[in-house]
Design a protein around this ligand. Structure first.
Ligand code: GTP
Ligand code: MG
Length: 454
């Protein structure tokens, strides 16, 4: 998706950059081309109009930043406005104080609801939750079977019974309360078009389960059409967001770029394939960067500057120097790195990194799993992993949806890193002291004991 839009925009920007100074006519011409590119990508015309107006306001006649060239200024404005159109901030799920947190999925036939339900189940497990899936699609007998198959692949139990969709959903919620499942995901029947009967059904399910999140599942492949459908669903159900599926297809991407503005609700999750792992929260900033082409140094540097919290880095460096680097520091560092966007692009941005490292595959899902494992530990365990015995290990594995051997592997990797860092910290200290000692002409370095170990 977005390939042709990306190519078009890149072409426009390359031409802009080729000019030394830009006058108003240059910018207007570029904006005209951007407008056409967006319309051809199937973005809603009103969305395009708003976007172009805002970019123009920011680039023509406005006070230009001293640090950026005029063409960079345009690129920056396009980038930031795209992020806004895509929804700004990614979704942060807040959980119900009285579990379960109920998530209701609705959508047209074949949009990808059942697949998304299982993927969401897996995603919640990775967040350290205990979800329960409810098969409330009783239209087709095969629907519940499909959900059970996907649920078992995701490691999430499925509740269903052959009563009626509302009764199943209510019973599913009671079952979650009874068995201590803290997230309930309800998969509902699809419909060919916005049809009154089925819409009434999903509305009754909603009224009787009071969902905390109601997501509309939309197939990105059907373009503008899906956005109009979304408006109808929103009127009936008060949506919280959209789950956009089949982003791996060759859709032009207009739906992703229009949903937020037209429906007034953001894309919460995006599905990029049939596999359970092809799923994650939707990140407007990463998507905007992807649309503009990741080769763009400006956006990457800007992002790195914005998100890398120097304080955290300084704290970790100090911890490292003192030879105490805990799992908490480790997690904090990883979260910083994740905030900067796809790892691959950051590595690609750094100068002087050997090609074989740049091309190495960095698996962000691996990071997500590590994060889930660390999140499932108590603060004491994070500070002192030696507390983690067999039963604690099992609890952590269950809580994070991983296996005990994965927990073991993480602890082993962490110990190795800690040892490496202690060695580095120690040698930094020794060379510091040596330097000072040499200056003062003293012989024995005092107080330079071995590093404190945990
Ligand atoms: N390529 C690709 N295929 C997907 C994606 N999500 C779902 N699919 C496929 O789309 C088809 C329909 O998915 P379902 O999850 O059954 O859709 P549904 O909305 O539950 O359909 P109904 O229950 O009939 O309304 C299946 O073949 C899925 O494998 C995706 O992100 N990418
Ligand atoms: Mg289904």
């Amino acid at each position: 998706m977005f390939e042709s839009l990306s190519e078009r925009l890149e072409g426009i920007f390359t031409r802009l950059r080729g000019r030394g100074r830009l006058d108003e006519a240059d910018v207007d011409e570029a904006l005209r081309e951007i407008r056409v590119a967006l319309l051809e990508a199937d973005v809603n015309f009103q969305v395009v109009r708003g976007l172009i107006t805002r970019i123009r306001e920011r680039t023509v006649g406005a006070e230009l930043s001293k640090s950026l060239s005029p063409s960079q200024q345009v690129i920056k404005a396009v980038h930031e406005e795209l992020i806004g159109v895509l929804g700004g901030e990614p979704l942060r799920v807040t959980y119900a104080s009285k579990p379960p947190t109920v998530v209701l999925l609705a959508g047209l036939q074949g949009a990808g609801k059942t697949t998304a339900a299982a993927k969401l189940g897996r995603w919640f497990r990775q967040q350290g939750r205990n979800p329960l899936l409810v098969g409330a699609d009783l239209q087709r007998p095969a629907a519940v079977v499909q959900l059970r198959v996907l649920g078992s692949q995701a490691g999430v139990p499925v509740f269903s019974e052959t009563t009626d969709p509302v009764a199943v959903s209510v019973a599913g919620k009671a079952e979650a309360e009874r068995t201590g499942r803290d997230v309930l995901i309800i998969d509902t029947a699809g419909r060919l078009t916005v049809d009154h009967e089925l819409m009434g059904e999903v509305r009754r399910i909603s009224e009787s389960t009071s969902p905390h999140y109601t997501f509309l599942v939309i197939d990105a492949m059907i373009g503008q059409e899906s956005v109009t459908t979304a408006e109808a669903f929103h009127a009936a159900l008060a949506l919280d967001g959209v789950i956009l599926t089949k982003l791996d297809g060759d859709a032009r991407g207009g739906a992703a770029l229009s949903v937020k503005e037209v429906v007034g609700r953001p894309v919460a999750f995006a599905s990029t394939g049939e596999k359970l792992d092809d799923f994650d929260t939707f990140h407007p900033d990463r998507m905007a960067s992807r649309i503009l082409g990741m080769g763009d140094v400006l956006t990457l540097i800007e992002k790195a500057e914005q998100t890398y919290d120097e304080e955290v880095a300084a704290k970790a460096a100090a911890a490292l120097q003192e030879g105490r680097f805990t799992l908490e520091d480790f997690l904090e560092q990883m979260q910083q790195i994740k905030k900067m966007g796809p790892l691959q692009s950051i590595v690609g941005m750094l100068p002087g990194i050997p090609k074989e490292i740049k091309n190495a595959k960095i698996d962000e899902r691996e990071l997500t799993r590590v994060e889930a494992i660390i999140h499932s530990m108590t603060p004491e365990e994070r500070r002192d992993p030696s507390l983690i015995n067999g039963s604690r290990r099992l609890r952590i594995a269950n809580g994070s949806g991983s296996t005990t051997s994965e927990v073991n592997l993480l602890l082993k990797q962490f110990r190795e890193m800690q040892r490496m860092m202690q060695a580095m910290g120690l040698s930094a200290k020794i060379s510091n002291k040596k330097a000072k000692k040499a200056k003062r002409g003293r012989v024995t370095p005092a107080g330079l004991g071995p590093q404190r170990r945990r």
